[in-house]
Write a protein that binds this ligand. Structure first.
Ligand SMILES: *[C@@H]1O[C@H](CO)[C@@H](O)[C@H](O)[C@H]1NC(C)=O
Ligand SMILES: *[C@@H]1O[C@H](CO)[C@@H](O)[C@H](O)[C@H]1NC(C)=O
Ligand SMILES: *[C@@H]1O[C@H](CO)[C@@H](O)[C@H](O)[C@H]1NC(C)=O
Ligand SMILES: *[C@@H]1O[C@H](CO)[C@@H](O)[C@H](O)[C@H]1NC(C)=O
Ligand SMILES: *[C@@H]1O[C@H](CO)[C@@H](O)[C@H](O)[C@H]1NC(C)=O
Ligand SMILES: *[C@@H]1O[C@H](CO)[C@@H](O)[C@H](O)[C@H]1NC(C)=O
Length: 518
């Protein structure tokens, strides 16, 4: 059982590393208020908090901490927007005891516009000196899905994904160094979704800043990701619309057809690429109603079949025939309700209106799937994409990069990170790419955790348990533990570095140690 031994070995060495880090003498939180900062940066507050006294959306600080809050004014040459006007708001939590010697910056989700203090607190409670920011704008009307004013401002749009984390890291790392009178031994970044894209931006644009980067469900080809939202939304509108019941009906059918391919019946498809399934088998017979009198879904109409096929295929350039973004995978259907409405209205519409066409009255239904694709490439792509396949600066500095991606992600096409991994391997060479970059696919996994319809799939991925040993001891991860499914059971599963998948060996099928990666 070589794989079990490896895993125990990793845990033991990690524990030893953590135990070695000793608390350092602090210079005092208030003394940071007068720290010399680079131009534009301002400290707005420093304060000590006792353990147990800060509640960040339900996560309470286990250790005493020093909190520093501040701002940065940037992009002054640009026309300031009304809302938040070129101001980055940042925050740092420095543990005064139990500091593990490491620095951790957390990313943002969606349009951001606020600091993810909850994620910061999770990291503080693990002993990290941690920082976060609002990504360079304040989404005062957060949840206003009709207008995101920062997108009308070039510097703010660029800060959002490309620059805000780096701008935060510079000041936060300097203040942590001053506080502990010693630079952090290692610097990590942790983000998912938009935060995953921010992770790719760091490796591409700021390759000397982090030793380890975690990018979950990355939207790093953001301009094309939002075109996939639009494609899916428009193709499932009207008669093509599928209710949540219809979506679950499809997933149940797909899973029962393909669950057993990996030899384990667990309500999951280990590798959807091996699943051969044709949705036309669900089409209603001539004259058959798609639901019974109780509303139970019995079959799909031909319009729904066509809509589902369009989502599996993904957006195509109708002039060149090129793929614009990959389609969604078999087994992910039960998460498509977001694709049918919310995503294109919230993301695509605003990005097309404000960044691409500069016209708030633009009607997304008039998007031309030929000529307008290149317009997106020249306007939005330089501001919001981070898809370089040459990350050699980051790799040569010793940086390590881990991606996770759920096969049943409600937002992101699961095969995009696979495609991007192959592109990086093609540019840098497979051996070089594999020496610093790994992708863990999550069977039944959702967007940054669980797909709510797959309640038995663990939604927490123990990324730092493998990223830290890789960075600090050169131990390349061979597997990753995932745990805590929404159904509250103790099911654990083994995640494997793609193209490896988990293969059952023996024992409890819901216990990750019963599997091996190959
Ligand atoms: C912490 O805040 C959450 C809401 O964000 C609340 O539900 C919870 O009760 C609070 N916990 C304590 C101990 O105050
Ligand atoms: C959203 O923002 C737009 C543009 O400023 C405004 O017209 C609209 O009233 C806002 N909606 C909400 C719900 O705040
Ligand atoms: C599914 O079957 C239909 C009808 O036989 C065929 O036209 C279609 O190409 C098939 N789709 C796939 C993905 O195999
Ligand atoms: C956008 O265009 C579509 C198709 O022409 C039309 O049905 C819809 O009403 C338009 N939406 C708005 C808000 O004008
Ligand atoms: C990657 O970028 C580095 C640094 O700019 C350059 O030296 C190298 O030639 C590039 N590799 C490829 C394959 O383009
Ligand atoms: C999970 O819980 C079941 C039932 O309590 C128990 O039999 C099993 O050993 C547990 N598995 C693990 C991996 O802890």
């Amino acid at each position: 059982m070589g794989f079990i031994r490896t895993c125990i070995l990793i845990s033991t060495t990690l524990a030893a590393v953590y135990a070695r880090a000793t608390p350092r003498k602090a210079t005092g939180c208030n003394s940071l208020a007068s720290a010399a900062l680079d131009e534009g940066y301002k400290i707005t507050g420093t304060e000590d908090f006792a353990a147990g006294s800060v509640n960040a959306s339900g996560v309470i600080n286990k250790f005493d901490l020093c909190r520093v809050q501040g701002t940065l004014t940037y992009g002054s040459g640009d026309v300031p927007s009304k809302n938040g006007a070129n101001t980055l708001t940042w925050e740092i939590y420095l543990p005064t005891s139990d500091y593990n010697g490491r620095f951790m910056v957390v990313g943002n989700g969606g349009y951001a516009g606020y600091i993810d203090e909850e994620s910061m607190m999770v990291q503080l409670n693990l002993g990290y000196a941690t920082a976060g920011c609002d990504s360079g704008h304040s989404l005062a009307a957060n949840g206003n899905t009709t207008y995101a004013p920062f997108l009308a401002n070039k510097a703010e749009t660029e800060a959002w994904i490309h620059n805000s984390i780096a701008l935060t890291t510079t000041v936060a790392r300097a203040l942590a160094t001053e506080y502990y009178a010693k630079a952090p031994e290692y610097s990590y970044y942790y983000g998912c979704s938009t935060g995953g894209a921010q992770g790719f931006a760091l490796a591409q644009y700021y390759p000397d800043m982090f030793d380890g980067i975690y990018a979950g469900s990355p939207g790093n080809w953001y301009s094309h990701l939002v075109l996939s939202f639009l494609w899916n939304g428009l193709h499932t509108a009207g008669n093509g619309y599928m209710s949540q019941d219809a979506l679950n009906f499809i997933t149940n059918s797909v899973v029962s057809a393909c669950d057993a391919i990996d030899g384990v019946i667990d309500g999951l498809i280990e590798n959807p690429l091996l699943c051969e399934y044709n949705i036309t088998e669900l089409e209603c017979a001539a004259g058959q109603s798609s639901t019974d009198a109780d509303g139970t879904v019995l079959c799909l109409t031909s319009a729904q079949i066509e809509a589902a096929e369009a989502v599996y295929t993904g957006p195509k350039n109708l002039v060149t025939g090129d793929e614009i973004y990959p389609g969604l995978s078999l087994g992910s259907e039960n998460g498509w309700i977001y694709q049918e409405t919310v995503l294109y209205e919230t993301y695509t519409a605003l990005i097309l209106k404000e960044v691409v066409f500069g016209n708030l009255a633009y009607n997304v239904s008039s998007f031309n799937w030929g000529t307008d694709v290149s317009k997106v490439a020249t306007t939005a792509s330089p501001l919001i994409d981070e898809i370089s396949t040459n990350l050699s600066f980051f790799q040569e500095r010793g940086g390590k990069f881990i991606v996770t991606q759920g096969w049943a992600d409600q937002f992101n096409a699961a095969t995009w990170p696979i495609q991007h991994l192959k592109q990086i391997q093609a540019t840098m060479g497979t051996a070089t790419a594999d020496s610093f970059f790994e992708l863990f696919m999550v069977p039944g996994g959702g967007h940054c955790g669980s797909n709510p319809e797959y309640t038995h799939v663990p939604g927490t991925y123990d990324v730092m348990d493998v990223l830290a040993p890789w960075v600090e001891q050169g131990i390349r991860p061979t597997e990753m533990l995932s745990e805590t499914p929404p159904d509250g059971t103790n099911t654990t599963r083994k995640l494997c570095p793609w193209p490896d998948t988990a293969h059952y060996v023996a024992g409890d099928v819901d216990d990750w140690t019963s599997y091996t990666c190959s």
